[in-house]
Design a protein around this ligand. Structure first.
Ligand code: FES
Length: 203
C-alpha cells in the first residue's frame, strides 16, 4: 500500500503525551478517571488501547474507536494515537486515508457515501454525484451550510455486484439511479428539517 506522507508543523514526537493543542484546564472525570486533556472522550480511546496492550496492530481498532466517540478524526486525534501506540504519523495517516469509513472533518447529520470504485464508476456513479450536487448545491466532499447533509466519495464499499452503490446513514442501497438517490436523500433531510421545525416543549 502506498502510504501518503503527512507533514506536520511544530510537532515533535516525544513519547506518550497529549496533542500539542489540547486544553489542559478543567479535567473531565468518568467514574473517577481523569484525562489530562479535559475531554473525557479520550478515556474511551485509552481504554481501547489498554485492552490491546498498546499493540501497534491495534491501530485500525483504535482509529475506529476514535471516530466512534468523536465522529471524525481530527489532526489532534491522529497525533494522539500516533504517540500512544508509538506508530509513525505517516503510517497512522496512511491507514486512516486508506479506509473509506474514516472522515477527517465533522460530517453532516446525514451522510451519503457514493461509491466511485471501478464497478460503480462504469455504472454511472458520476451521474448520481452530479444529481446530488445539483439538488443540494454542494460538491462531493462538502457539507451543506445547515449541517444536515454531507456527500462523501468512497473507492469501493464492497458490494460491487450491486453497482452503482450508495450508503446513506450506514444503510447500503444498490442498483441505484440518480432519481432514486435524490429521493432517498431528500426524504432523510426533510425529516430532519421537520424535526427541527417542531416547537420545543417547555417545562
Ligand atoms: S466499486 Fe462500488 S461497491 Fe465496489
Amino acid at each position: 500500500m502506498a502510504v501518503p506522507i503527512l507533514i506536520i508543523h511544530n510537532y515533535q514526537a516525544s513519547g506518550r503525551e497529549t496533542p500539542e493543542n489540547m486544553t489542559l484546564q478543567e479535567p473531565a472525570t468518568t467514574g473517577g478517571e481523569v484525562h489530562p486533556s479535559g475531554d473525557e472522550r479520550y478515556l474511551s480511546i485509552d481504554r481501547t488501547m489498554k485492552q490491546s496492550k498498546y499493540e501497534k496492530d491495534s491501530l485500525l481498532e483504535v482509529l475506529n474507536a476514535a471516530q466512534e466517540v468523536f465522529g471524525y478524526l481530527s489532526r489532534d486525534l491522529l497525533i494522539y494515537i500516533s504517540n500512544q501506540l508509538n506508530v509513525p504519523m505517516s503510517q497512522v495517516y496512511g491507514v486512516a486515508t486508506f479506509y473509506h469509513m474514516f472522515t477527517f472533518e465533522p460530517r453532516g447529520e446525514h451522510n451519503c457515501i457514493i461509491c466511485k470504485g471501478t464497478a460503480c464508476h462504469v455504472k454511472d456513479a458520476d451521474r448520481i454525484i452530479q444529481a446530488l450536487s445539483e439538488e443540494f448545491n454542494i460538491a462531493a466532499g462538502e457539507t451543506t451550510p445547515d449541517g444536515l447533509l454531507s456527500l462523501t466519495i468512497a473507492r469501493c464499499v464492497g458490494s460491487c455486484s450491486l453497482a452503482p452503490v450508495i450508503v446513506l446513514d450506514g444503510q447500503v442501497y444498490g442498483k441505484e439511479t440518480p432519481e432514486n438517490v435524490n429521493r432517498r436523500v431528500l426524504e432523510a433531510v426533510s425529516r430532519s428539517k421537520e424535526e427541527l421545525a417542531q416547537p420545543m416543549e417547555v417545562g
